[in-house]
Design a protein around this ligand. Structure first.
Ligand SMILES: C=C(O[C@@H]1C=C(C(=O)O)C=C[C@H]1O)C(=O)O
Length: 370
């Protein structure tokens, strides 16, 4: 369990869903911070300005952030715009410097979250701190590591917590920069329903053109906010140039997106959905009943195989099943990959059932080839 305060209480009553955070990957110069912040402040939906001050780079020699000096630019941007300021912290010294400079929100990056030693050190530095702390997912889709970081920080006394979904390391570099693996943040939401979940579509997309569709997908999946990298002139950005929007593009994007709510008080909607859900309940019950019948038949086949000393796995038969069912799937409009995964799961269970039969056979029941 996480002992947390809802996002609407972070900064007073006017603050709430959706939480929209915009700002550059890195704070580069005073002018870049001020001009980006002033332009973003014009977008009424954006309440928090983000900027990386200390940048954890994969290889040395890249721009590593402007450091403590940038905190002064952020303080100036805050005074000029009224936006809340958010920075990434990776060490206790970062936490101390950021809080001293009046930073309003801290986030912990994916690389830091991947290392429990670093998280524990950060948690100790965050003890009793009242600013919101946003915890990005670890690089690999390891939900336990993500939960562990949230718990360590929460146990240190930080109650204003949120998670940020920024996708997972793709291993193969093609398509999106990070693989979304939406099932991971969905599972976190299921386990901690009151934990706000913010999506970072910029890091998932890797290209500014793809940011909006990922952001919309996140909102449709009931996420509570977005963190979108925005730079006054992305073409000259010192980091993540390819994925940053201009403030004008951010404004257009926010204006053209739909922000669905998780529930509605409309009674006809409630009636319709209830009827449809009853049909789904009934079909699920039939589906499970059919799978149970299929497993019983597989067990019966297993008993025949035991008598005849025939192998459990019959690759040709399974291949034929896959081919036939995938043809049928295509005709009835079911996704190829989905049906293949489903059949593989069913086959695996059927093999397990037959293995259990072989294991439970009495001594001498199994023949051995002469
Ligand atoms: C049920 C059988 O055993 C295994 C399970 C199969 C299935 O679940 O459809 C298919 C082939 C075998 O690998 C069988 O041989 O038919």
């Amino acid at each position: 369990m996480l002992d947390i305060v809802t996002a609407s209480e972070w900064f007073g009553s006017e603050f709430g869903r959706p939480i929209i955070i915009g700002g550059p990957c890195s704070a580069e110069t005073r002018e870049q911070v001020m001009s980006t912040a002033l332009a973003i402040a014009e977008i009424k939906e954006v309440s928090i300005f983000r900027a990386g001050v200390w940048k954890p780079r994969t290889r040395p020699g890249n721009f590593e952030g402007a450091g403590n000096e940038a905190l002064e630019w952020l303080a100036e941007a805050k005074a000029a715009t009224g936006l809340k300021m958010a920075v990434e912290v990776a060490t206790p010294a970062h936490v101390e410097a950021a809080l001293k400079a009046g930073v309003d929100v801290l986030w912990v990056g994916a690389r830091t979250v991947s290392n429990p030693f670093s998280v524990q050190e950060l948690a100790a530095a965050l003890g009793g701190v009242d600013v919101p702390v946003l915890v990005k997912n670890p690089i690999n889709p390891d939900i336990e590591l993500w939960i562990g970081a949230l718990e360590r920080i929460n146990r240190a006394g930080c109650k204003k917590l949120a998670a940020i979904h920024r996708g997972f390391y793709p291993f193969e570099k093609r398509g999106l920069r990070n693989i979304p693996r939406w099932e991971v943040p969905i599972e976190l939401k299921r386990l901690f329903p009151n934990l706000p979940m913010i999506c970072d579509p910029s890091h998932i997309a890797g290209k500014w053109e793809l940011v909006q569709s990922i952001a919309q997908q996140a909102l449709d999946l009931d996420m509570d906010g977005l963190m979108i990298e925005t730079h006054i002139n992305p073409s000259v950005a010192l980091s993540d140039a390819r994925q940053q929007l201009t403030p004008a593009q951010l404004s257009e994007m926010v204006g053209s997106m739909s922000f669905p709510t998780s529930t509605t008080t409309d009674t006809s909607f409630a009636r319709c959905i209830q009827t449809l859900r009853q049909r789904i309940d009934s079909l699920d019950a039939q589906m499970l009943e059919l799978i149970a019948q299929r497993m019983k038949i597989a067990e019966e086949i297993g008993r025949f195989k035991l008598q005849q000393n025939v192998t459990i796995l019959q690759v040709r038969r399974f291949e034929q099943i896959l081919k036939d069912r995938l043809e049928q799937a295509e005709v009835i409009g079911l996704n190829h990959e989905f049906v293949k995964n489903l059949l593989e799961m069913v086959h695996k269970e059927s093999i397990l059932r037959q293995e259990a039969i072989m294991r439970s056979s009495g001594p001498g029941e199994r023949k051995f080839p002469c």
